[in-house]
Structure formats: C-alpha cells, structure tokens
Design a binder for this molecule. Structure first.
Ligand code: KG4
Length: 340
C-alpha cells in the first residue's frame, strides 16, 4: 500500500510517499515558510495560507514529473490540529486529488503524526521491527504549539492514545520562542537559545518550574516567560548582554526540567515498554540527553526521530497512515481524543 501524505498545519507545506510493503519513504519534499514569517516574530496566518496554496501547486507538479500518481493507493492529509485556513489548503488539495484519481482519503491528526515519528526510521532500518511489542509506549511531544505527555496502547492491531498531561497555557516551544524574542533572537528562537546556552551556567537563575508535584498532570510555561520578563526589566542592556549565555542556559533548563520531571513521575507510577520524544523541540540536544537518561534508568528502549523528522513534515503523516485512519474532518483544536 502506498500512502501519499500531505501536511500544512502551520508554516511548512509538505508531501511524502510511504510504502507499507517496502517499509520505505519513497518520496518527500518540504517547503518551509520560516523566512517569510521571521520579520513578524511569529506565524502570520494570512501569509501561511497563501504560501500553502502556492506551495502544494509547486510540490505536486514536481511530484508528477518524477512519480506516477497512479501508483498511489491512499491519500492521508493532516486535518487538525493547526491553523484552520492552513489545514483547509491541504484538505482541499487532497480532495481534488481524490476526485482526479478516485482513491480513498483519510484524515491524520498532526499530533499522532509526531507521536509515531520516532518509529519511522526504525521501520525503515529493521524490517522485523513492530511497534506493537513496545506498547504501552510513553511519548513526549514538544513543539511550537503543543506539549503533550501521552501513552500509545495497542489492542489486537488497533492503536489508541491516552493523554497523561498537556499544557494549560503556552507550549514548551512557544515559551522558548517568546523568551528568545525578549532576548532579541530571531524567530523561531529555540535553536538560538540552545546555541547561546552552551557557554552559560544553567544554575545562574532559578526560574520557576510549574506543577512539580507527582499528582499534577499538567504543564505550564507562561509563568516562566513572565519571570524572565521581570528579570530582564530589572537589568540594564549591558548586564543582559554580559549574562545572556547564563540567562539562556537557566531558562532552557527550566523548560527541560519541567518536561523531564513529568516523564519521570509517569515512569514511577506505571511501567512502559518504551520511551519516545518528538516535535521541533526534540532537536534540542540537552532535552534529548535528559530523556535518554530516563530511558536508561528505567531500562526502556528510547526512540527519537533524526533531526530531519523532528519538525513538521509529511513523511510522518504518510507513515501514520499505517496505524491510524479516521474519516476526514477539519478540526483546528488541540486534541487527540478522537482516538482514545
Ligand atoms: O514541530 P515544530 O517544527 O513546529 C511547530 O510546532 O510549529 O516545532 C517548532 C518549535 C519552535 O518552537 C522552535 O523554537 C523549536 O521547535 N525548536 C527548538 C530547537 N529547534 C526547534 N527548541 C529548542 N532547541 C532546538 N534546537
């Protein structure tokens, strides 16, 4: 079965083909819009929608030159969560292709795409690998718009999700981006904070960690952001420049500690057969190392996508077509509930 995946939930337009017999990504292209949104300090929905409209046209024309559309058996498209107009572009293109080729189309939840992404390359490398044997799987998804701790369960051949914790306000990536903006770094700021933090002391400032107790199943990052703002307001520009590396290191550490603490609490409470990390913030090496340490401590195999598949992409959407397919239904809201 060959799945053509389309992704356009935020600021990346992407298409990819996953072959479930060969267990390979046969084709993939991503067009990123980051440069266009950078001067606004965040994603501008109107610009993003226009770029998806153009982007899919470019990608699909190029695809048609090198790949036979007739070899596609199934269309899978991100139908939520995300920016409604952006999602609508992907869905409209998928429906147009469906009409032309007369093949089935299903909706994929963007969060599920990230949740399955740590296994994509494993499926490619090891033809005997099956996710089923590693469930219940504990996953942490950290991106610009989402922070979720979840479990993937498998009953028979059916996979289901259970959310353990999610953010009540800002996502972890959003906190890094907003903090970075206060420190005058370009958007998206997560990678700039990471780079600057390398020369700093992560114990320099004790920023708050929200919901530290073991029965508090939620994340919060807006207090952390406010705390950085108060800290910076009290400092001169010169002081901020001098302390910048340590401010970044302390701020980044506060985000990582809050994430990792909940993961560890979940592991203490229940036993899991594997641990995973996904989403754009999974590019962060300190977070990768901290998660790997927990996996080692609890004797679980650890799965993480290569950096190429941490950000938004269509390969994870096409791949997720293997595991979850639900009727197409545009829904911008942040939820995984349709599958619980
Ligand atoms: O999953 P993703 O590409 O897309 C959206 O959610 O839009 O995640 C983007 C997020 C941004 O917040 C960005 O700052 C963060 O991932 N990010 C990082 C790093 N690389 C990307 N955060 C920390 N360290 C990084 N190296």
């Amino acid at each position: 079965m060959r799945y053509l995946g389309l992704e356009s939930s935020c600021d990346e337009t992407a298409i990819a083909v996953w072959d479930s017999e060969e267990r390979q990504i046969l084709y993939e292209q991503v067009l990123t819009q980051i440069d266009l949104h950078q001067s606004f300090g965040g994603v501008v929905p109107g610009i993003a929608i226009r770029e998806h409209l153009k982007g899919f046209q470019i990608l699909l024309e190029k695809f048609n030159e090198t790949f036979d559309f007739g070899k596609i058996d199934y269309l899978v498209v991100t139908h939520g969560p995300g920016l409604i107009g952006c999602l609508g572009m992907g869905v409209a293109y998928a429906q147009a292709i469906q009409l032309l080729l007369n093949i089935p189309v299903a909706g994929i939840n963007h969060l599920q795409g990230h949740a399955f992404s740590p296994f994509l390359e494993k499926y490619q490398e090891d033809k005997n690998f099956v996710l089923k044997s590693l469930c219940p799987h504990l996953g942490l998804l950290v991106s610009g718009g989402n922070t979720l701790l979840f479990v993937i369960e498998c009953k028979g051949n059916k996979y289901g999700f259970k959310i353990l914790a999610q953010t009540v306000d800002d996502a972890a990536g959003e906190a890094l981006d907003k903090g970075a903006k206060m420190l005058n770094f370009p958007y998206p700021g997560g990678p700039y904070i990471e780079k600057c933090a390398q020369k700093g002391d992560n114990q320099f400032i004790q920023f708050p960690r929200a919901f530290p107790q073991k029965d508090e199943w939620k994340f919060s990052f807006s207090g952390l952001k406010t705390s950085l703002r108060y800290y910076l307001e009290k400092k001169s520009l010169n002081d901020v420049e001098t302390e910048k590396a340590s401010i970044c290191a302390s701020y980044q550490q506060a985000v990582i500690d809050a994430l990792v603490k909940k993961v560890e609490q979940a592991c203490k409470q229940q036993s899991f057969k594997s641990l995973g990390l996904s989403g754009g913030v999974a590019n962060n090496d300190c977070l990768r190392r901290s998660m790997e340490k927990i996996a080692n401590r609890y004797g679980m195999p650890f799965f993480i996508p290569s950096k190429h598949y941490c950000g938004d992409n269509a390969a994870m959407i096409a791949f997720t077509g293997n595991f979850m397919q639900v009727p197409l239904k545009l829904n911008p809201n942040r939820t995984l509930e349709e599958t619980i």
